[in-house]
Design a protein around this ligand. Structure first.
Ligand code: UDP
Length: 239
């Protein structure tokens, strides 16, 4: 891991040259996997994630079936080569937690009643990590669900805000996440439904309000990019 830099903000700019309220460059590609029902590849700065959706399909084991609606399963996995220090393959506490909160962030938009007794399986594979992988995963998963044609009330858009050198910043990258004072990922359904809010570190009440507003602005921008990526693949809405 890189040593702690003396400052994370130098001459009003962040170490990667961004302004305080600027997202990292984003790339979203829809329908990249032939064998998945829906898929999405997303880059968020140095993060590279792939989301694949399978379903609606039969539930195994059967006792997990729900008579009136589909069940949603979400698996977040970080490849061992995705991080600086090789990660031991397989699930760990962190990936179990992220899978759970990501599922909770996505589930409210899925109209599960359309598919009784079925399962919708979402797999998120992190190929390269640089802080913000859960948010990138949620964004990609949401687009992959749309690509799979799963009926939804909206798209879920997600990004994090942090506090570095006492200032609130949008979308912290690895060094800012490691050495910053706070990190708060959120996910939302436009215009104002929050489906994920986690926090590491401390904000004052005023800082929290400022951070929350900034995160909402970030999600709005991401939502627009998700929409554009889907329109690029499927044409203008309703046509
Ligand atoms: N990370 C790592 N090894 C691990 C877990 C995380 O190097 O075993 C790095 C990775 O770059 C990740 C970052 O730490 O993106 C921040 O991790 P966090 O748990 O905050 O989740 P994220 O921000 O990726 O959603």
């Amino acid at each position: 891991m890189k040593d702690k830099p003396e400052k994370l903000i130098v001459k009003g700019k962040r170490l990667d040259g961004r302004k305080m309220d600027e997202l990292r460059p984003i790339k979203i590609e829809v329908g990249v996997l032939k064998r998945a029902d829906g898929s999405c590849y997303m880059e968020l700065g140095e993060n590279k994630v792939m989301a694949a959706v399978y379903g609606p399909r039969e539930v195994h084991p059967r006792h997990l079936q729900e008579a009136t609606k589909a069940i949603i399963r979400y698996r977040y996995n970080m490849a061992s080569f995705s991080v600086e220090e090789r990660k031991r393959p397989g699930p760990d506490r962190r990936s179990v937690e992220i899978s759970k909160v990501s599922r909770d962030a996505i589930e409210p938009v899925i109209i599960k009643e359309c598919f009784p007794k079925a399962a919708v399986d979402i797999f998120v594979e992190v190929l390269q990590a640089d802080a913000g992988t859960r948010t990138a995963g949620i964004n990609a998963a949401s687009v992959a669900l749309a690509d799979a044609g799963i009926p939804m009330k909206g798209l879920v858009s997600s990004c994090a805000v942090g506090k570095i050198d006492g200032q609130i910043v949008l979308d912290p990258m690895k060094e800012e996440d490691n050495y910053g004072e706070a990190d708060m990922p959120i996910a939302m359904v436009m215009p104002d439904k929050i489906t994920l809010l986690q926090m590491d570190g401390c904000f004052t009440q005023d800082e929290f309000k400022q951070a929350f507003e900034l995160a909402k602005k970030g999600c709005e921008q991401i939502y627009e990019m998700q929409r554009q990526a889907l329109i690029e693949k499927y044409g203008v809405e309703g046509k």
